[in-house]
Design a protein around this ligand. Structure first.
Ligand code: URA
Ligand code: SF4
Length: 230
């Protein structure tokens, strides 16, 4: 563990994490960002949305999902209905990859402790990943076309993969699929509440959920402890 990770381990609030992220230089993206984008929203959200990384507008404003994809996300949240202040929204990497390229594995690895610290502090009932990259942090071998709209237990949290709103902006079909999946988020939250109501105390490693579950298709690695819910 590096000294920086020990420092992250001592963070006792979401605002502490944000402060460290804003001056982080743990990966090369620190050299090209305008503003780091730690995330925003409720400090006890039922749902934590995780995108890939900030784009142009997010980098300019230091806030997540404020461009066109963000407008679509707001619109679809409204269908549930949810507003931003009900949830927390962040990204796998907190700084914009130049020209919106995919984040590199080293960058994702460097930034992961911040996301992990956010998850432990926020304790969301559901992690809703937006797009393939965010999903693969939790379900390494999963394909978005198979897993979107399906709840899986990761550690003791329900992970609910969604298509990325930017992809939904390019395809009417995907937009409808994303809307249908988002409408099922309350169901995922309910399942999560059922799990915690019936759960024996969980181990640190996150044992499997004690309800009738179909075994996960992707064993081992980061995905250890996954169980398909629906
Ligand atoms: N796309 C993302 O993945 N994240 C943002 O914050 C904005 C667009
Ligand atoms: Fe630090 Fe993450 Fe930004 Fe890299 S992307 S500089 S690890 S906050």
């Amino acid at each position: 563990m590096t000294s920086n990770d020990e420092y992250i381990g001592e963070m006792s609030s979401i605002e502490d994490i944000a402060t460290i992220v804003r001056s982080c230089s743990k990966c090369g993206l620190s050299g090209t960002r305008t503003n780091a984008v730690p995330g925003e929203g409720s400090d006890s959200p039922s749902i934590l949305f995780i995108g890939e990384g900030p784009g142009f507008n997010e980098d300019q404003q230091g806030l997540p999902f404020v461009g066109r994809a963000g407008q679509l996300l707001d619109e679809l949240l409204g269908v549930v209905p949810l507003v931003r202040s009900d949830v927390y929204i962040t990204n796998v990497v907190k700084c914009r990859p130049p020209d919106n390229r995919d984040p590199l594995p080293d960058e994702v690895r460097a930034c992961w402790p911040y996301l992990e610290a956010q998850i432990s502090l926020l304790k969301p009932h559901v992690i809703a990943t937006l797009g393939r990259h965010a999903m693969n942090r939790f379900l390494p071998d999963a394909r978005i076309s198979d897993q979107h709209g399906r709840a899986t237990v990761w550690r003791d949290i329900v992970v609910f993969p969604l298509y990325h709103p930017a992809a939904a902006l390019r395809s009417t079909n995907l937009r409808q699929t994303l809307e249908n999946d988002i409408r099922r988020l309350p169901e995922a939250v309910l399942r999560s509440l059922e799990i915690s109501a019936t759960a024996a105390p969980q181990t640190e490693a996150g044992a499997s959920a004690p309800i009738d579950l179909t075994p996960a298709e992707t064993p081992s690695g980061d995905g250890a402890g996954q169980n398909r819910l629906f």
